[in-house]
Ligand binder design. Structure first.
Ligand code: GDP
Length: 371
């Protein structure tokens, strides 16, 4: 056979010679890739979103969460359709709330706990409730460097708080995001709150277990603020105990004594107080063991399911209240008359009660006319 190299103007091996190269094998499933590219470009359908979530596809999970967070009615409708279809696949996780004042070590603890759990084949989703957060302004969890290892862990999913809005709105969105994450196969859901104010109550209303992180040196004043939150806690850990173990042990004893003064919680579970150090990892395994003990205990006495059912009933009443309120304030007559009512109250022409009665009467009159 003729050797082509002999007729060539330059050496066949020369880099100037363009060679055809060999056919490349498929690196990964091409049909999957083209499906994903198509979905990335276009708005995915409800079916595509649901199928993707159930496959554990993070891109589609994030897209669905974006719809949940959107205020556009069309997005909301689509989000509700996705949630409805994911509902049968949800509910199988352990939902853990973590609170503590800023700087108590919540994200460091979540990082330590989360990586421990993913190394034991758990899939961990970390969500947050922070009604004051503006995504762009570096919200809680928005800054990925706070959980460096977890944010690149393929078995973890971190999502910042839905952006600023009413606490009720943020809480509702977070509850819906929990359901989507569960349908996507996350079996531990951690809900972090900022540790200042009402967001704890909201977080408590959506989790199975509520952990309060405390520091050994918080002054009496701060502990006073935490009283209500302490009553909600299923466990308290004195974090950063590596700094001063003696002080931390003293603080733990004080908390144990304080907890004894509270009435026994409905769960029948006396909250434990332990020491932890998110830095050294000390206490993190005990923390998780305690969560598991609590789950086993409350599943055996029935409280675990009762609590979830109560939470679901609460969603019903909260949603009704929120919808009625929205409907009322968006009513054209109410919108029109509200300013006048306020002026009349300020001018002492009418009491707040009377003005409210009149507005409500106008509202009902208006909706019955428009039927
Ligand atoms: P968060 O605001 O509650 O989320 O607190 P962070 O997790 O961001 O922690 C606040 C600061 O405390 C950071 O500088 C952490 O590095 C530090 N920190 C967190 N946990 C520990 C701990 O167990 N020991 C020590 N010494 N420092 C810690």
């Amino acid at each position: 056979m003729e050797d082509k190299r002999l007729h060539s103007n330059f050496d066949y091996e020369s880099a100037l010679n363009v060679q055809k190269g060999i056919e490349q094998p498929d690196i990964i499933n091409n049909s999957y890739l083209s499906r994903m590219r198509a979905i990335k470009k276009a708005e995915p359908t409800v079916e595509e979103l649901v199928a993707g979530i159930l496959e554990g596809n993070r891109t589609l999970l994030s897209r669905a969460i974006t719809l949940v967070e959107s205020t556009l009615p069309a997005h909301q409708d689509k989000a509700q359709a996705v949630i409805e279809r994911c509902l049968p696949y949800s509910g199988k996780s352990i939902r853990l709330g973590i609170t503590g004042v800023p700087g108590a070590g919540k994200s460091t603890t979540i990082e330590a706990l989360g990586t421990m759990l993913t190394s034991h084949n758990h899939k961990v989703a970390v969500l947050a409730i922070d009604p004051s957060s503006e995504r762009s302004g570096g919200s809680i969890l928005g800054d990925k460097t706070r959980m460096e290892a977890l944010s690149i862990d393929p078995n973890a999913f971190i999502r910042p708080s839905p952006s600023a809005g009413s606490l009720g709105g943020v809480a509702r969105k977070t509850r819906e995001i929990i359901l989507l994450c569960e349908a996507a196969g996350f079996d531990v859901i951690i809900v972090e709150t900022v540790g200042v104010g009402q967001s704890e109550v909201a977080a408590h209303s959506m989790v199975d277990f509520f952990l309060l992180l405390q520091l050994a040196n918080t002054g009496d004043e701060l502990q006073g603020i935490k009283r209500g939150i302490m009553e909600m806690a299923d466990m308290i850990t004195i974090n950063k105990s590596d700094i001063d173990k003696t002080k931390s042990e003293l603080a733990a004893t004080q908390y144990r004594n304080a907890l004894h003064l509270f009435p026994m919680p409905e769960s029948g579970w006396l909250p434990k107080v332990m020491l932890s150090s998110a830095y050294s990892g000390m206490g993190i395994e005990e923390l998780w063991n305690n969560v598991m003990d609590y789950v086993a205990f409350t599943k055996s006495n029935g409280y675990f399911y009762q609590k979830r059912q109560k939470q679901n009933i609460r969603i019903l009443s909260e949603t009704i209240e929120a919808s009625l309120k929205e409907h009322f304030y968006n009513n054209e007559i109410v919108e029109h008359e509200l300013a006048t009512a306020k002026e009349n109250i300020l001018a002492d022409k009418v009491s707040g009660y009377k003005a409210a009665e009149q507005l409500i009467a106008l509202y009902f009159d208006n909706i019955s006319k428009n039927k």
